[in-house]
Design a protein around this ligand. Structure first.
Ligand SMILES: *Cc1c(COP(=O)(O)O)cnc(C)c1O
Length: 375
């Protein structure tokens, strides 16, 4: 089949053209780059270039550039180092069979970045600059987008308050950057269900907090719980709501879905504590397209455990850009330890993962025009 972009690539070209390119004079050699792309270590190695913009209270956003990837110069008094005024995004560049490079719903990431900025009292980045910066970086470092299935160039846009000032106030100088890291398949050798630690003492967020914003602080707050789980032999942590310790919310960095035996699916509703995942939203749409009943609701932990034991719940999985879908094979805390679906990935879990990956890789129809061609 021919895979057409429903978003005009010329429009993305025009947004990318707002960025001045300062080429890296010391690009990685073809051999070195090929080696890195072949055995990517997620988030440890970065491409030759980065996108960069600055904002000041007086001038607004400016200085759009693609520059050589390099350490930042930061004053030790920079606000972000003291008060954590930082937000980020995560999306991937995919290479299709014909060699072209694509993004999946970058407009949704751009919009969420604005919502995160608003919550952290950072200036909003125009959607056009978000799209332009990501596209310009992919164009400059196009050779870094891997071509093997499930290999992608992970794009990490982020923004932080950079002015040297130890008073707590709205930022007056802000930096925005995009960096890119080649990433490989999350699971090598088939889908592996993970064990989840259910944390009910140390929370990543709470009512009125920053749960719905993609900010570094949420991750800092999640680590103690995460490592309590790791000490118990689990791979990931899942948080219950801080107010009542009754309802399941999400993992440290992924949303969660629960499949019932009659085929309907439940997922925690967006109550302000939960990050509204693009993957979550997309899977809900794909399931609805098939006439499957998907319910966004409060999910009681005790009920879920009972339903897993009785066979009422047949599959549980986590979802997010990095792993697309991660099957959950076990829930553990100091009060229980229970297996889901015999610790095997479920049928719907596997099918949805293939479907979404198929759309992202340009192998199957993209019924909602989610894919944007870059170059
Ligand atoms: C990024 C993130 C997700 C997943 O969002 P996607 O847009 O699907 O990648 C879920 N939870 C948290 C806490 C996140 O930071």
């Amino acid at each position: 089949m021919t895979y057409e972009s429903h978003h005009d690539p010329a429009e993305l070209d025009a947004l990318a053209a707002n960025f001045t390119v300062l080429p890296n004079p010391n690009k990685a050699s073809d051999a070195k780059r090929a080696d890195i792309i072949d055995k990517p270590a997620f988030g440890q190695v970065f491409s030759d270039s980065m996108a960069h913009m600055t904002w000041t209270k007086g001038e607004g956003w400016g200085d759009r550039r693609i520059e050589p990837y390099a350490p930042l110069k930061l004053d030790p008094g920079a606000s972000v180092l003291h008060y954590a005024q930082e937000i980020f995004e995560g999306l991937k560049a995919y290479r299709h069979a014909d060699g072209s490079t694509w993004l999946f719903r970058p407009d949704a990431n751009a919009e969420r970045f604005q919502n995160s900025a608003e919550r952290l009292y950072l200036p909003q980045l125009p959607v056009d600059d978000f799209l332009g910066s990501v596209a310009a970086l992919i164009k400059e470092d196009r050779a870094w987008v891997p071509s093997r299935r499930e290999y992608t160039l992970y794009m990490r846009p982020f923004m932080f308050a950079s002015e040297p000032f130890l008073g707590v106030r709205a930022p007056e100088e802000v930096d925005y950057c995009v960096i890119a890291s080649p990433s490989g398949p999350y699971f090598t050798g088939g889908l592996k269900p993970v064990s989840i630690w259910v944390e009910d003492q140390f929370f990543r967020t709470g009512p009125g907090g920053t749960g719905y914003a993609k900010c570094g602080g949420n991750y800092a707050a999640s680590l103690l719980g995460e490592y309590r789980g790791i000490a118990q032999g689990c791979e990931q942590v899942c948080f219950v709501d801080a107010a009542t310790k009754t309802y399941l919310e999400e993992l440290g960095g992924m949303n969660m879905m629960i499949v019932h035996k009659d085929g309907h699916v439940e997922t925690p509703s967006l109550n302000g504590n939960i990050l509204p995942g693009v993957t979550r939203r997309s899977l809900i749409q794909l399931m609805a397209d098939e006439g499957r009943d998907v319910v966004e609701t409060m999910i009681e932990l005790d009920q879920l455990l009972e339903d897993i034991k009785s066979g009422e719940v047949t599959e549980v999985f986590a979802c997010g850009t990095a792993a697309i879908i991660t099957p959950i094979g076990r829930f553990k805390s100091d009060k229980f330890d229970i297996e889901v679906n015999g610790g095997k990935p479920g049928e719907l879990t596997t099918k949805l993962r293939e479907q979404l990956l198929g759309i992202q890789m340009g192998e199957i129809e993209d019924p909602h025009n989610w894919m944007w061609k870059v170059c």
